[in-house]
Design a protein around this ligand. Structure first.
Ligand code: SF4
Length: 342
């Protein structure tokens, strides 16, 4: 898996322009996590092995965002009709996807569907109706051109307010999303190796791409913003008789963090876009160091069982007895010699 929510549908590109190289937020997210992971996802398009947990998360993300987008698009001023449109869409999609259910038991799916329905109602109650009334684009691709590259990012909605704009992306929860209260130099720490949290940096890259794209539309001085909206940040059985579950909706805005780290973010985006255009995918040559990738990114990577870089590093680590690293080829020669001596 890439950054927190870099869906395949978010990787679709707009009409080709032969003058420009094109790079998407989904590509940059996966290149930040690991250059080889980017290659597997976007250049070779290998099918990753996914855990039930990651499948459920992806399914939640797709079903919830699709249903809410249907609610935002509903041609009505009636809040109840808007919610009904979203819930109807959720029911249709849920039924169609149930043949490939990742759930172990039916009760788990029943509970998850109740959570999804409550998440939609909670979102519209807390902020969705305002978003619907001010939406200028829904399920859109934003972009800007810089130094021969077109940068593109998919967002779920763009909401106009006070002469500026807020782009939003719906996520099940904030797992893997940068906590904007952490530091004011997250990218610098990531690039100099003092802190390694690639999925969070990837989420910031997407936020930055969206803000920069909106600036092109609304002007550099406009206070354009991007927010991840967590739909199921907290869910638990409800104690009120008329609800099955209680769900909390939260928004995490990135405008302030973008202003703090704008220069470092621009340099990171340019470096990653250039590496992607030049097909540089060797993780052992990554600027953050392969040790960090191996320690952190490999552990939750869906390609770990088939990845030659990880396998080679595991063999090297296990067999290291002297100063020279042991390669896969060395290990095979050792095995061969052992077999010959029996
Ligand atoms: S297993 Fe590790 S090195 Fe291989 S693609 Fe995944 S994160 Fe990169």
């Amino acid at each position: 898996m890439t950054g927190p929510d870099a869906d395949s549908d978010r990787n679709s590109k707009s009409d080709p322009d032969p003058e420009l190289d094109r790079v998407t937020a989904a590509e940059i997210e996966s290149h930040i996590v690991c250059p080889r992971q980017y290659e597997f996802e976007h250049e070779r398009a290998l099918s990753p092995r996914q855990s039930d947990r990651s499948l459920i998360r992806r399914r939640r993300r797709e079903l919830l965002s699709d249903a809410i987008v249907a609610g935002l698009r509903a041609e009505t001023d009636d809040p109840a009709e808007r919610v009904a449109s979203a819930l109807e869409r959720l029911g249709d999609r849920w039924g169609r996807q149930s043949t490939s259910s990742p759930y172990l038991v039916d009760a788990q799916e029943v509970y998850d569907q109740a959570v999804a329905r409550e998440a939609i109602k909670s979102y519209f109650d807390e902020m969705g109706h305002e978003h619907a009334e001010n939406a200028v684009a829904v399920d859109a691709i934003l972009s800007y051109d810089l130094e021969g590259i077109r940068y593109e990012v998919g967002v779920d909605a763009v909401i106009e307010r006070d002469g500026t704009a807020l782009a939003v992306r719906y996520v099940p929860n904030f797992d893997g999303i940068l906590n904007v209260n952490w530091y004011d130099d997250n990218i610098k720490q990531y690039r100099d190796g003092s802190k390694y949290f690639p999925r969070q940096i990837a989420s910031f890259a997407t936020a930055g791409l969206a803000i920069r794209s909106l600036q092109r539309e609304y002007g550099l001085d406009a206070r354009t913003d991007f927010a991840y909206i967590s739909l199921v940040e907290d869910s638990r059985p409800a104690y009120r008789a008329d609800d099955d579950v209680a769900v909390a909706t939260e928004a995490r805005h990135f405008r302030g963090q973008y202003e703090e780290e704008e220069g470092d973010l621009a340099r990171l985006l340019a470096a990653k876009a250039t590496a992607i255009v030049e097909s540089r995918t060797d993780p052992t040559a990554a600027e953050v160091g392969f040790g960090d990738i191996r320690e952190r990114s490999c552990s939750y990577c869906a390609y770990r069982d088939a990845c030659p870089d990880r396998i080679r590093s595991e063999v090297s680590f296990a067999e290291r007895t002297g100063s020279e690293p042991v390669t896969v080829e060395d290990a095979m020669r050792v095995d061969q010699a052992g077999g010959d001596s029996k």
